[in-house]
Design a binder for this molecule. Structure first.
Ligand SMILES: Nc1ncnc2c1ncn2[C@@H]1O[C@H](COP(=O)(O)OP(=O)(O)OP(=O)(O)O)[C@@H](O)[C@H]1O
Ligand SMILES: [Mg+2]
Length: 255
C-alpha cells in the first residue's frame, strides 16, 4: 500500500464554517507556573487534526484543559457554539467530546463486551446500552468477533480499537486521542490510523489527536499543529508540515 492511499480525503473545511472546537489563547497549568502559555487551536467539523511536539511541550495538558481536568487561568474554549472553558469533565462529555487517554485504560480481566458496558456505567436505560454497544461492535468487526474474549488476551491493536470503541459509545461529535499509536508496531499503527480515517469518512467523526509518530500521524490527518514549550509554533495543512524543513529537521530526522 502506498502512502498516497493512506491520505485522508481533502479537508472538508470551508472558510465560512464555524470551528467545532475553538481553543483561544489558553493559559493553564498544575498550580505552579502556567504550562500552557497562550495556546490556540481550531478544529473544523469533519477534520482530522494532529498535534505534534517534543515531550513535555504541553500536548496532553491541552487535552486536560479542554476536558476540565486542569483549570484554565486565561483564555477560552468553545465547542459546538457553547462555551466550555470551565466545564467539568461530565459536562464536556455531555457536550459531545470523547477522549482516549494517553495511558492504557481497558480492564484486562473483563471481556470485550464487559469493557464496553463499563463505558456506559452511568447509563440506566438497558436497551440504550445494548444498542450503543451493538453500534460500536458494528463499527469494529474485529471486536464483534472477539466480544466474549478477555480484553487481556487481545493484541495491542485490538486493545486500542477497544479503547476507541468505548469512547464512541457516547456517540460523540468529536474524539480526542492522546497518542493512539503509542506502544504499537508500525503496521499496527497503520491499521489504527486507517480505522480513524474510516470513522472520519463513514460517521463524520471529527478527530483531534496527539502523535509522537509524526510522519504517520500527519499523513493520516488534514491539518496539524506543532507545540513547543506550551506555545504554538507551526501549523498548517498536514502535507505542508510534512514538507516544512524545520518540522522535518525537528521531528522527522531531517529526511
Ligand atoms: N499532573 C501534573 N502535575 C504537575 N505537572 C505536570 C502534570 N502533568 C504534566 N505536568 C508537566 O506539564 C508539562 C507538560 O506535560 P504534558 O504531559 O502536557 O506534555 P506532553 O507534550 O503531552 O508530553 P509527552 O509527549 O511526553 O506526552 C511537563 O513539564 C510535565 O512535567
Ligand atoms: Mg502527552
Amino acid at each position: 500500500m502506498t502512502d498516497v492511499a493512506a491520505r485522508p480525503t481533502p479537508s472538508p473545511q470551508v472558510p465560512e464554517q464555524a470551528p467545532l472546537l475553538e481553543i483561544e489563547d489558553v493559559y493553564a497549568g498544575y498550580g505552579g507556573d502556567d504550562i500552557l502559555q497562550g495556546i490556540s487551536m481550531e478544529v473544523y467539523p469533519g477534520e482530522i487534526v494532529c498535534v505534534i511536539g517534543p515531550n513535555g511541550a504541553g500536548k496532553s495538558t491541552v487535552f486536560k484543559a479542554v476536558y476540565g481536568f486542569v483549570n484554565i487561568r486565561k483564555g477560552r474554549v468553545r465547542f459546538d457554539g457553547q462555551e466550555i472553558t470551565h466545564a467539568r469533565p461530565q459536562e464536556v462529555i455531555q457536550a459531545g467530546i470523547a477522549m482516549v487517554p494517553q495511558l492504557p485504560s481497558i480492564f484486562p480481566q473483563m471481556t470485550v463486551y464487559e469493557n464496553l458496558e463499563m463505558g456506559l456505567f452511568l447509563e440506566r436505560d438497558k436497551r440504550k446500552i445494548v444498542e450503543r454497544i451493538e453500534y460500536v461492535l458494528e463499527l469494529f468487526p474485529r471486536l464483534e468477533e472477539r466480544r466474549k474474549v478477555m480484553a487481556g488476551a487481545l493484541s495491542g491493536g485490538e486493545r486500542r480499537m477497544l479503547e476507541i470503541g468505548r469512547a464512541l459509545l457516547i456517540q460523540p461529535k468529536m474524539l480526542l486521542m492522546d497518542e493512539p499509536s503509542a506502544g504499537l508496531a508500525p503496521l499496527v499503527t497503520r491499521t489504527i490510523f486507517q480505522n480513524i480515517q474510516r470513522l472520519n469518512r463513514e460517521i463524520g467523526l471529527t478527530v483531534l489527536m496527539i502523535e509522537q509518530n509524526v510522519r504517520q500521524g500527519l499523513e493520516a490527518s488534514h491539518r496539524g499543529y506543532v507545540l513547543e514549550l506550551g506555545r504554538n509554533s507551526y501549523q498548517g495543512p498536514a502535507q505542508e508540515l510534512l514538507h516544512n524543513p524545520e518540522v522535518r529537521r525537528a521531528f522527522l530526522g531531517g529526511r
